[in-house]
Design a protein around this ligand. Structure first.
Ligand SMILES: C[S@@+](CC[C@H](N)C(=O)[O-])C[C@H]1O[C@@H](n2cnc3c(N)ncnc32)[C@H](O)[C@@H]1O
Length: 289
């Protein structure tokens, strides 16, 4: 399905260009209008129910029920070879856990097949005196069909190989495109603060690094595919998608964040002439970190 076809189901977006459609509203409601098996890739980071400025804190059971509902909607919309990448952190449960991985609480509520959990490791974060300083979040990589899914490993190989010329029986040991980036990704967080603010930082309080989303998009979708983010925030998924030759649909409930995302798409993704500012995984790493 082409990007513009979605308008006949979802109506007029709050923003559109040839690569992006953004809708203002509750993703649970909007997702009802997305046709079955129409989206090859969803990448998202939902509210963690921890009292951030963009969330109403729910009772734990209600929060889990809410997550299960929208994940089931994503499943319905995902195409047969499609993937769903879900970024989750931690929440505290009084008398039970200071920081329980949210993924533990939803493991049996998800209809997708879990390929693996990726550890996103970063250096910035809160300090600890009575516990180890937390320095990771997780990405759960789910697919619809565990025997048939998109995985472009060559497009995300890490060229930083220690001994690239090492040979065995006369043949190079390592793939010339680089090594498998493994399931632990060391990618800097988007930081704020006078002297340590990341270049890509927007006023959104929980922004994904574009490098992180780029690796996911390159690995799990093809050029011209549509990438969906139901919790769009500042539009990091849009930046990564457009710069890597994909298209994007985003849902966001907060209009201020939508305005940040629109500005970002216009400024960061396009040259004045309207052409796309190309980016690849490793350009984005060096330009933004
Ligand atoms: C963790 S943030 C996403 C940040 C995003 N990945 C980025 O890089 O900017 C979650 C976002 O979900 C939005 N949100 C919360 N509830 C929503 C809902 N029911 N429907 C749509 N968006 C929602 C919040 O306003 C917030 O911007």
């Amino acid at each position: 399905m082409e990007l513009s076809d979605f308008k006949s189901f979802l109506g007029q977006p709050i923003y559109e260009d040839k690569n992006a459609l953004i809708y203002h509203g509750d993703s649970l409601e909007l997702m009802n209008f997305i046709p079955q098996e129409s989206l090859p890739l969803t990448v998202t980071s939902p509210p963690y129910n921890i009292g951030k400025e963009y969330e109403f804190v729910l009772e734990l059971d209600d929060y889990i029920e809410w997550i299960a509902k929208w994940i089931n909607q994503v499943y319905h919309c995902t195409s047969s070879q499609g993937s769903f990448w879900l970024n989750l952190g931690y929440l505290s449960i009084p008398k039970k856990a200071k920081a329980i991985p949210i993924s533990y609480l939803i493991w049996d509520k998800v209809p997708f097949y879990l390929i693996q959990e990726i550890v996103w490791n970063y250096s910035a974060g809160v300090a600890g005196k009575l516990f180890f300083s937390p320095r990771n979040e997780k990405f759960l990589w789910y697919v619809k069909d565990h025997k048939n899914y998109v995985f472009n490993l060559d497009d995300v190989r890490d060229p930083n190989v220690k001994y690239p010329n090492q040979k065995k029986n006369g043949k190079l040991k390592c793939n010339i495109k680089g090594k498998n980036p493994t399931d632990v990704w060391q990618i800097p967080k988007v930081t704020s603060g006078k002297n340590r603010s990341s270049k890509e930082r927007t006023p959104h309080p929980a922004q994904f690094p574009v490098q992180l989303v780029s690796r996911i998009i390159l690995a799990s979708s093809q050029v011209n595919d549509i990438v969906f983010d139901p919790f769009f925030g500042s539009g990091s998924t849009a930046e990564a998608a457009i710069k890597n030759g994909r298209k994007v649909i985003g849902f966001e409930i907060n209009e201020n964040y939508i305005n940040i995302a629109i500005e970002r798409i216009k400024k960061i993704c396009y040259n004045e002439s309207g052409t796309i500012k190309q980016g690849n995984l490793f350009d984005i790493i060096t330009n933004n970190s």
